[in-house]
Design a protein around this ligand. Structure first.
Ligand code: NAP
Length: 251
């Protein structure tokens, strides 16, 4: 049985590492190729977009893929939609592997487009906004010349930064003490983040709580209707083992 892992997350790399030990399951990991120096999964991989739904359908057919695990980031909404469409078209089994979201007493918005209005409501002019939403989402802040922005991301942005910005290039992992220091130094008045979940980037939330800095959390986009998701690598491995067992017994 051959599995396509749509990757770009720590969970996708953990899944690849586990499957590299399997004798009955072949796999290939796929990365979008956006990050300059990505953490690479072990085992076979391909890098770059497929060319939309049609390209993905072609790839799945040509490579003889039997099942797909979408282990992309919870905000990689387009890839998840494409995976769902392509798998329905080809009748392939699909599971989304998605770490649980963060829970806490925060301000929430449904999408990044709603963030600027909330910043205006929550932060006085001249106040500092700590933006950790990634480089694909900067455009919505470009017109805000009233607030100061502390912008942190992995690679330099392609889009323009807001007028008063300080850029920090860092990929973590982060410590609570380090995050506290950063927020204190810049007198951060609001932390803006997407509900990525996981422990790799959660130190900022603990630090904000300790400093009394409010948090504005962008909620995850919903999964396409009918798509089943699992929140641990072990659950996905069990599902794949069941599929492989059924395939080998001709079921
Ligand atoms: P996206 O908006 O959902 O996808 C845009 C396009 O990028 C897709 O249509 C596809 O191109 C290509 N793509 C995305 N993931 C791919 C993958 N694993 N393998 C091959 N092609 C892929 O995705 P995104 O939000 O830009 O995220 C891109 C990658 O970065 C994902 O792998 C994701 O896991 C990772 N990531 C995203 C975030 C985030 O906040 N969005 C954070 C951390 C990591 P085609 O249409 O040409 O196939």
């Amino acid at each position: 049985m051959k599995v396509l892992i749509l990757g770009g997350t720590a969970e996708a790399r953990q899944l690849a590492a586990a499957l590299s030990q399997s004798r009955s399951i072949e796999f290939v990991s796929s990365l979008a190729g956006r990050v300059r120096d990505p953490a690479l999964p072990v085992g076979p991989k391909r890098i770059g977009g497929f060319g939309g739904i049609e390209g993905l359908v072609r790839y799945l057919r040509t490579e003889g893929v039997d099942a797909v695990v979408d282990a992309t980031h919870p905000f990689a909404e387009v890839m998840t939609q494409h995976a769902e469409r392509a798998c329905v078209r080809l009748g392939l089994p699909l599971r989304v592997l998605r770490r649980p979201g963060w829970t806490g007493d925060w301000h929430r918005v449904a999408s990044i487009a709603d963030v600027p209005d909330r910043i205006t409501a929550l932060v006085p002019d001249g106040g500092c906004v700590f933006l950790t939403t990634g480089r694909g989402d900067l455009a919505v802040f470009a017109g805000d010349a009233k607030h100061r922005y502390l912008v942190r991301m992995v690679d330099p942005p392609e889009e323009a930064l807001p007028a008063k910005s300080e850029l920090v290039l860092d990929r973590g992992p982060y410590t609570v003490a380090g995050e506290r220091e950063l927020m204190r130094t810049h007198q951060v008045a609001l932390l803006v983040t997407k509900d990525s979940g996981g422990e790799l980037t959660s130190a900022k939330l603990t630090a904000a709580g300790q400093l009394g800095v409010p948090v504005l959390m962008v909620s995850r986009p919903p999964l396409p209707a009918g798509v089943a998701s699992m929140d641990t690598v072990d659950a996905v491995l069990a599902w794949l083992a069941e599929l492989a067992g059924a395939a080998s017994s001709g079921g």
